[in-house]
Design a protein around this ligand. Structure first.
Ligand SMILES: O=C(O)c1cc(=O)[nH]c(=O)n1[C@@H]1O[C@H](COP(=O)(O)O)[C@@H](O)[C@H]1O
Length: 232
């Protein structure tokens, strides 16, 4: 898999989602199905979007005791998706169980990545609300190293940390980075934000972009602008 833009399909219904995807007549974007759409429509929406030929990052951010995560991942392994994730790269036991559950009888599995610190969290809120009194970059690197040691394929972090994660965990360890806005865009609830061009410079493998594309007046033009900046 190469550098690409992943479009976050944060819609509350199948109808809105498919109407959005129908706008793309020339390209087949890599998409992310997250909690909002999955909880509204269930696994059938994943199958339907896959049948249309899209690559899929299924972003359900699993986090529970190892046995529960293993069983839930086993259920998700029946879906033909490219990436799934955990929230967060916490204990080795949970991550190992997730890998076991996700691995199909034939030995194949989707890529498994884990969230480090949400891109809606900044240093101040991490300290005040989560009581983590360590620099953000160090926290992200710690989670990334945990994930790499457990055998995961990468992490979700902000583009701001992509470079150091690659330095520490290797160039093949994936950095999937939300928190992306155009220079003239509104950050909204995101805190650790860069432009697509900056994410490229910093070494992100994938940028995850939702509202700057889905809420744009011309989503296809916004997607193309994003790809142009990030992939070139
Ligand atoms: O796991 C994620 O995808 C994720 C992790 C994170 O730290 N920050 C983050 O924004 N995301 C997701 O990335 C998308 C970003 O959407 P926009 O802020 O609209 O571009 C949303 O679907 C979030 O759920």
């Amino acid at each position: 898999m190469g550098k690409d833009v992943i479009v976050a399909l944060d819609f509350d219904s199948k109808e809105k989602t498919l109407a959005f995807l129908d706008r793309f007549t020339e390209e087949k974007p890599f998409v992310k199905i997250g909690m909002e759409l999955f909880y509204a429509e269930g696994p059938s929406i994943v199958r339907e979007i896959r049948a249309r030929g899209h690559k899929i990052f299924l972003d359900l951010k699993l986090h529970d005791i190892p046995n529960t995560v293993k069983k839930a991942m086993a259920a998700l392994s029946a879906l033909d998706v490219d990436i799934v994730n955990l929230h967060a790269a916490g204990t080795a036991a949970m991550m190992t169980a997730a890998l076991e559950g996700l691995t199909r009888p034939d030995g194949t599995r989707p890529l498994l990545i884990a969230v480090t610190q949400l891109t809606s969290t900044d240093q101040e809120s991490m300290e005040r609300e989560l009581l983590i009194h360590v620099p953000m970059e160090k926290v992200v690197l710690h989670y990334a190293e945990n994930a790499a040691a457990a055998g995961l394929d990468g992490v979700v972090c902000s583009p701001m940390e992509a470079g150091v994660v690659h330095e520490r965990c290797g160039k093949d360890f994936l950095t999937v980075t939300p928190g992306v806005r155009f220079a003239d865009g509104d950050a909204g609830d995101q805190k650790r934000v860069t432009t697509p061009a900056k994410a490229k410079e910093l070494g992100s493998d994938y940028i995850v972009v939702g509202r700057p594309i889905t809420q744009a007046e011309d989503p296809v033009a916004a997607y193309r602008r994003c790809r142009e900046e990030f992939v070139g």
